[in-house]
Design a protein around this ligand. Structure first.
Ligand SMILES: O=C(O)CCC(=O)C(=O)O
Ligand SMILES: [Fe+2]
Length: 329
């Protein structure tokens, strides 16, 4: 195919173009739970080095995750996209109402409008959960260093609005930059069985280093083109409290949600050593609000501007990683 940009392709053509393997040749590998290795850092590192990610079943307390879920769902309710009074485990949204949001007002990387995303970014609970002591301890041991939690949390509310496309296969490094040793923790905010979408990981893909990018539809706006033999995707039915962690060269993508009137809620949170460089935008909110506006109604100051106590090594964003390139298979 001569095309180098994915923008003119529809969703199924885009995925066929990027993935370069037929549906029948794709191998779906169930997640292995790494919880039993938590006391053995060498074994954890070995598995992370083999697979490019680590999955932990029930890592976070369910009640703390569900509190964030409830807050996110309240925003959907406030905007009239969810029937009031539904149980917070219920993921149904009013798709017709949501589709009344004009395309230009949508955040295609998130799933709702800019205005709703502002309200979600103001949630104190959402900014507190990434500092859970279990997460901090895990990353401290993994990096063998004092760590920095990036404050720029991404809160996905993936819906069936007509502009939405599942997150294409990509590496995080071109988006986050700073250091390759920035790891993402992806956490569903509630149960997320495969039919609701979720994240899936290309086994061992971090060993390839930086891969040339293509412009693409879906969160992040860029993708990597895969070779036909890159077909081992690790996936699972996530339960409340599960997490997956992965370094920034691991290729991952969103599974398409099969339930049209559902919302898939999740957070992308990044962690790194305080001694590694960080790209300046990682310290900015993931929307056009200033931190001051985000913090306005918080009850606690502990997680406000907390990164300023570290003498961080800031590096500028490098556009070169966003120049589309050809991948030779
Ligand atoms: O949730 C998604 O669809 C995308 C998440 C992602 O790419 C990430 O956490 O880096
Ligand atoms: Fe990503």
């Amino acid at each position: 195919m001569a095309q180098s940009s994915g923008f003119s392709l529809d969703e199924s053509m885009q995925s066929a173009f990027l993935e370069n393997s037929t549906e029948s040749s794709i191998k779906k590998i169930p997640f292995a739970d790494s919880s039993l290795l938590l006391d053995d850092m060498d074994a954890l590192r070995k598995r992370a080095n083999r697979d490019g990610f680590l999955f932990f079943r029930g890592f976070l307390p369910a009640d703390e995750v569900l509190a964030v879920r409830r807050d996110m769902l309240c925003v959907l309710e406030k905007f009239g996209w969810r029937q009031p009074g539904l149980d917070s485990r219920d993921c149904r949204v009013l798709l017709d109402k949501l589709n009344e949001v004009p395309d230009g007002e949508m955040r295609e990387d998130i799933g709702v409008s800019h205005a709703a995303y502002h309200d979600v970014q103001k949630l104190e609970s959402l900014h507190r959960l990434p500092h859970h002591p279990k997460l901090l301890a895990l990353f401290r041991r993994l990096f063998d260093s004092e760590i920095l939690v990036h404050p720029r949390h991404i809160a996905r509310m993936i819906t069936g609005h007509r502009v939405m496309t599942p997150t294409p296969p990509h590496q995080d490094f071109p988006l986050i930059q700073g250091t390759v040793e920035t790891w993402t923790c992806w956490m569903p905010m509630g149960d997320c069985p495969r039919e609701l979408g979720g994240l899936t990981f290309l086994k061992g893909s971090h060993h390839n280093g930086y891969l040339p990018i293509q412009n693409a539809k879906g969160a992040g706006g860029l993708a990597v083109r895969l070779c036909p033999w890159e077909n081992e995707w690790c996936e699972g039915d996530y339960q409340t409290g599960d997490i997956v962690i992965f370094p920034s060269h691991t290729v991952h993508k969103g599974v398409r949600c099969l339930i049209k009137d559902a919302v898939r809620l999740s957070l992308d949170v990044r962690y790194q050593s305080v001694h590694e460089p960080i790209e300046e935008r990682s310290l900015q909110p993931h929307c056009s609000l200033a931190w001051k506006e985000i913090y306005r109604n918080w009850r606690n100051q502990e997680y406000q501007y907390y990164w300023r106590k570290h003498p961080l090594r800031l590096v500028p964003f490098d556009d070169a990683y966003h120049i589309p390139g050809k991948r030779i298979c």
